[in-house]
Write a protein that binds this ligand. Structure first.
Ligand SMILES: C[S@@+](CC[C@H](N)C(=O)[O-])C[C@H]1O[C@@H](n2cnc3c(N)ncnc32)[C@H](O)[C@@H]1O
Length: 274
């Protein structure tokens, strides 16, 4: 079980805002130390083409650093208007007020669908409340970075520590679970059966003559899927493709194969709860 750090408990006891808030804060204000902000942005590989949303943005340091150091457009939302004013002032001081926006908003109401990077320093319970939306609403390949708290059984793709404080990175996986018909590859037409738990995938392929081939080295990173099929006669082929809804197209031009989904299955445990 993830422990809530003492710094949060102290902030809660000190009791928060002097301003009347639309609803009680779900998380007190505790800023992420700057060295960890820098590392979180590095882990997410943010760049000028990204749109970063920080849920519960506090004094705005994460979107402001991303804008100042990497040219990243960003949005920060915070329920506390004092924090929003602080963040807007800090953005002006950093000369990035045209690149980042700060809004007074409940993070549970924020439209996150356009984010290519989502950052959070919240609480385990809040992360888990957001998890189904993160998996459903964000495009495959979106990077999610959390300071301190994980997402329970959705394992991070990377983790790090700066001065003892943790950061986790997840890459939102495409949904690939189900049955696919693949044709045009060296193994001829095959039926692929893929099982998925978040970014972890496994499965097998059935050839036209009824031979079952296990999927080897199967990986899914965002929308990029890779696996190897090896037939008993020794023919081995690596497939690398991009998942777009119910099709997989090869990454390499002219590879000649394509896959189309014919039945879907559950990709994330949260789906069953909905
Ligand atoms: C731990 S601080 C993190 C600040 C900043 N993201 C950082 O890492 O430095 C959490 C922030 O979330 C804000 N917050 C708490 N509940 C919220 C809610 N329901 N909607 C929006 N912001 C919220 C608090 O006001 C606080 O500024």
């Amino acid at each position: 079980m993830t422990m809530v750090p003492r710094v949060f408990a102290v902030a809660l006891l000190l009791g928060g805002a002097s301003t009347a808030l639309a609803k009680p804060l779900d998380v007190p204000f505790v800023p992420t130390p700057q060295p960890l902000v820098d590392r979180m942005l590095e882990m997410a590989e943010v760049g000028p083409d990204d749109y970063l949303i920080d849920l519960g943005s506090g004094d705005g340091r994460i979107p402001i650093t991303a804008a100042r150091e990497h040219g990243t457009r960003g949005l920060g939302v915070d329920l506390n208007p004092e924090r929003v004013e602080e963040a807007q002032a800090a953005a002006r001081e950093a000369g990035v007020e045209g690149t980042v926006e700060f809004r007074e908003e409940d993070l549970f109401d924020t439209d996150i669908s356009q984010a290519t990077v989502l950052t959070m320093y919240l609480l385990p319970r809040v992360n888990l409340q957001l998890r189904p939306r993160i998996l459903e609403e964000l495009a495959p390949g979106t990077r999610v970075v959390s300071h301190a708290f994980d997402m329970d059984d959705w394992e991070p793709d990377a983790r790090d520590r700066v001065n003892g404080q943790r950061a986790y990175l997840w890459i939102v996986p495409a949904k690939v679970a189900g049955q696919w018909q693949m044709g045009g590859g060296p193994h001829g037409p095959v039926t692929l059966a893929l099982a998925q738990k978040y970014q972890h995938i496994e499965g097998e392929a059935m050839t036209e003559d009824g031979t079952t081939l296990p999927l080897q080295n199967a990986t899914l990173r965002g929308a990029e899927i890779r696996f190897t099929l090896a037939s008993p006669d020794g023919m081995s082929q690596e497939y690398a493709g991009r998942v777009e809804g119910d099709t997989i197209e090869p990454l390499e031009d002219g590879a000649g194969w394509q896959a189309r989904r014919t039945a879907t299955a559950e990709a994330f445990p949260d789906e069953a709860a909905r």
